[in-house]
Design a protein. Structure first.
Length: 520
């Protein structure tokens, strides 16, 4: 039984349609999940929608809808996006699902049993219209003595009964965790932020609300629903079978298990502070690592609905292609840093790497074989240059695997594209077309080397551009069960040749993309 690997994205608020930031997170996580499956791991990959809380209730009210109806509609768009982007998740969780309510209540009861919950009062400036509390320092002055929220709505000093979680008791245990597992929070910049925050002291956390009812009911406490972050974080346990399915928990959420949460930098505190504290309180295993990726900016600017620069990932996929978009996002942005996207950048990256380098390499090699050898696979007879090229490809595969294991997809892709460039340099130096008349045996040896190299490159890059890599491997006759990293560098080519496989005229994989006038 391979060692299980659990990986999750954040669950998105379905208070609007998905944007490119959501697409980015789920694509990166998908590439890692696909990679781990290729490594033979038993992967559980979960994504989904975070449907409770004030934000959802307000968004629904603004549309004159019930929160549930809004969640039904919008989570549908998130699912559609995942299908379109070729996301290989094992579960799409919706926090409105019954098993999730059960899990959240079970976690609550476990924290309560540990003596970490107490009933207190949550006090603050409250706006009924916004249904939100504000800090004193956020308020503005209205007429007379009236204080207003930053939205300009009246606020009143309000006291609400609330359950609290004794977060203050976990400061030292959290610091011990970060110190004993320096890679628990990644990248290091986020780890440092969190360390400073926790060292500064932790206040207890208000974890229930009575002012609205769109949430998971607090067990045994009429009128209280859980603060949305308590139930949201619990989604990870729900998907792993908590609390009923001990077998599933043992597999995907166990002590010492390989559990990765991929999230954006804005919510690292919830995942790296609150979440482990909840789990410690409930005496449950902790995740292995929290990776806080950066934000995607539109031409360097923050996306916002009011500026009107929020990109629709479906539109980008329709226009440029799914694999082109996946490749762009994963190669352009160093995972962990902020990154910028624009139509020009997507077109430039896709044309240079996919169309002109890899696509062209595959296309010219395969069509040459299909045409000049009638599809018969060429006979290898390696010289030094051939062996060297295959060693280069093999080393790239090793570097690729190391980088993907380290959650560094852009580094992995860099290793891959360098090997693609090496193949292009080889083809130019060996000039097989010129050998056709002068030395047909040498021509075959060169083409055989390229065939092996191209298939290996396609195998390598599957997690990033799964549909195109699959289409190419299909065309090349590489059997579905011979597409793992362990195949690279073996004698699969000789076997394929021996099987009498005949290559047909290849279909181009990556069209050259064009910019529209509107992109200027
Ligand atoms: O935070 N670039 O939901 P959400 C990259 N429901 N990533 C971005 C981004 C951008 N411009 N904007 C947002 C929530 N994200 C909670 C999570 S998890 C138990 C609950 C990322 O819909 C963001 O950082 O606001 C988060 O990881 C994810 O998208 C969902 O954001």
């Amino acid at each position: 039984m391979p060692r299980p690997y659990t990986i999750t994205t954040a669950i998105s608020y379905p208070n609007g349609r998905p944007h490119i930031g959501h697409a980015y997170e789920v694509i990166a996580t998908d590439a890692i999940a696909r990679f781990q499956r290729m490594m033979g791991r038993d992967v559980f990959f979960q994504t989904g929608t975070d449907e409770h809380g004030l934000k959802m209730a307000q968004a629904a009210r603004a549309r004159n809808m019930e929160p549930r109806a809004l969640a039904d509609e919008m989570s549908g768009y998130f699912k559609e996006m995942n299908d379109r982007l070729n996301i290989s998740h094992d579960r799409f969780i919706r926090t409105s699902e019954p098993d999730h309510h059960r899990a959240s209540q079970a976690l609550w009861q476990a924290m309560e049993a540990n003596g970490d919950l107490y009933l207190g009062r949550y006090e603050g400036w409250y706006s009924v219209r916004d249904e939100a509390f504000y800090d004193e320092k956020e308020l503005v002055s209205g007429e007379g003595d009236q204080k207003l929220s930053p939205q300009g709505t009246p606020v009143e000093w309000t006291v609400e009964e609330s359950w609290f979680f004794r977060l203050s008791a976990y400061q030292q245990r959290l610091l011990d965790l970060y110190n004993s597992q320096p890679d628990f929070i990644q990248p290091d910049s986020r780890r440092n932020e969190i360390m400073r925050f926790v060292e500064g002291g932790l206040s207890d956390l208000s974890i229930s609300r009575t002012s609205f009812d769109w949430g998971v009911k607090v067990p045994g406490s009429e009128g209280h629903v859980m603060y949305v972050w308590v139930d949201a974080l619990t989604n990870y346990l729900t998907g792993c079978g908590y609390p009923d399915d001990a077998g599933r928990m043992a597999r995907y959420w166990s002590e010492g298990g390989d559990i990765t949460h991929v999230i954006g930098k804005d919510i690292v505190r919830f995942h790296a502070v609150y979440w482990p504290a909840f789990l410690m309180s409930a005496k449950l295993p902790l995740p292995r690592r929290i990776f806080g990726h950066g934000f995607l900016l539109n031409r360097g600017e923050k996306m916002s609905k009011s500026v009107g620069n929020v990109a629709d990932p479906m539109e980008l996929a329709d226009r440029f292609g799914v694999d082109q978009l996946r490749y762009f996002l994963l190669s352009e942005v160093t995972f962990g840093n902020d990154g910028s996207y624009s139509a020009e950048a997507i077109v430039a990256r896709s044309n240079s790497d996919l169309a002109n380098s890899f696509g062209n390499l595959a296309q010219r090699t395969l069509s040459f074989i299909a045409k000049n050898l009638d599809g018969r696979l060429p006979q290898p007879k390696p010289q030094d240059a051939d062996t060297e090229l295959l060693v280069t490809v093999r080393q790239a595969a090793t570097a690729f695997q190391q980088a993907m294991s380290d959650l560094a997809p852009s580094v992995a892709i860099e290793a891959w594209i360098r090997a693609v460039f090496a193949c292009n340099a080889y083809i130019d130096a060996q000039a097989p077309w010129a050998l056709r008349k002068t030395d047909p045996a040498r021509m075959e040896a060169v083409l055989a080397t390229l065939y092996d190299a191209i298939a290996s490159l396609a195998i390598m890059i599957q997690p990033v551009i799964p549909a195109s890599a699959t289409a190419l491997l299909d065309q090349m006759g590489v059997a579905a069960d011979r597409r793992g990293y362990d195949v690279i560098g073996t004698d699969w080519y000789t076997q394929l040749r021996g099987s009498g496989f005949a290559l047909s005229a290849p279909k181009p994989l990556f069209p050259r993309l064009e910019l529209a006038e509107a992109d200027a």
